[in-house]
Design a protein around this ligand. Structure first.
Ligand SMILES: [Zn+2]
Length: 82
């Protein structure tokens, strides 16, 4: 059976589930405060944010913040992550 990786956007902690949804509601055991784990391939889309759309401090942003930028740029659809 196929499994899908879901990643805590803040710390990268990964869990696997055998169903495919955009994100799962899950409090990270590392106390990250972000209550969703996002499917790994969706999270990977943040790398598609074009250079000129990235804030100056891009490298310092948390993954969850990068995901918000990706949403703002329309790379990740908001409905994908709800
Ligand atoms: Zn975490």
């Amino acid at each position: 059976m196929a499994t899908y990786d879901y990643v805590c956007p803040d710390c990268g902690n990964t869990v696997q589930r055998n169903y495919r949804v955009p994100s799962i509601v899950r409090n990270c055991e590392n106390d990250c405060g972000f209550d969703h784990y996002v499917r790994a391939d969706l999270l990977a889309k943040v790398e598609q944010v074009p250079e000129d759309a990235r804030p100056d401090n891009w490298a310092d942003l948390s993954e969850s913040h990068k995901l918000l930028v990706a949403m703002r740029e329309g790379i990740v659809d908001l409905s994908d992550v709800q």
